[in-house]
Design a protein around this ligand. Structure first.
Ligand SMILES: [Fe+2]
Ligand SMILES: [Fe+2]
Length: 194
């Protein structure tokens, strides 16, 4: 099934699955990801679909997320245990494959990596991460700068700026930092994107 023909079915199932706010956010991320994809030479249909699906597991409880993660054989770190919400990306990716057999693997990777990235990040994965942060409903210090940077800087730089905002937010609000977040940040620094 092509990405385009899957969209209507995904939207219908998502509307049943998520509350109105989360559904609205998902559509906003899909539209923002589509626009970023057009700007940065990525398949816009793939980006729209990945944006729609990124929060598939967002409304599962912490207990359900930890149980699902263990069932799927994921390593559940201390930070995952303390902040199970972080698992919604990886658990969601697995569920999306079960719900939509034949779905594009790149889309699944983008869903899986949308909370804190991954060792290998495709352009699509970066786009969904950024779209999740800057969709029109988001409001945080620095969001305007990120929105203005779209198209003005390359995708690596835009992602590095977005990730910097995430880290600053985590530190300022004294939240846990997932080990994968540290790994992604170090990869950004090694590539010289920051
Ligand atoms: Fe999410
Ligand atoms: Fe999201």
């Amino acid at each position: 099934m092509s990405d385009r023909s899957m969209v209507a079915e995904v939207e219908a199932r998502l509307a049943e699955r998520l509350g109105p706010e989360a559904f609205k956010h998902s559509v906003a991320v899909a539209r923002t990801a589509e626009r970023l994809a057009e700007e940065y030479g990525v398949d816009p249909e793939q980006a729209y679909l990945a944006g729609l699906l990124h929060d598939w597991a967002r409304e599962m409880s912490g207990t359900e997320l930890v149980a699902s993660a263990r069932e799927y054989g994921f390593e559940v770190s201390d930070v995952d245990g303390a902040v199970p919400y972080l698992l919604h990306a990886r658990v969601g990716a697995r569920q999306v494959v079960e719900a939509f057999p034949g779905i594009d693997g790149e889309v699944v990777s983008a869903v899986s990596a949308h909370t804190f990235g991954d060792d290998e990040m495709s352009d699509l994965t970066r786009i969904v991460y950024i779209a999740d942060m800057i969709e029109p409903g988001r409001d945080f210090e620095g969001v305007a700068r990120l929105r203005e940077a779209v198209g003005a800087v390359d995708l690596d730089e835009l992602f590095a700026s977005a990730y910097t905002e995430t880290l600053l937010h985590l530190v300022r609000s004294r939240r846990h930092i997932h080990p994968q977040t540290v790994a992604v940040w170090n990869a950004i620094v090694e590539r010289g994107d920051s």
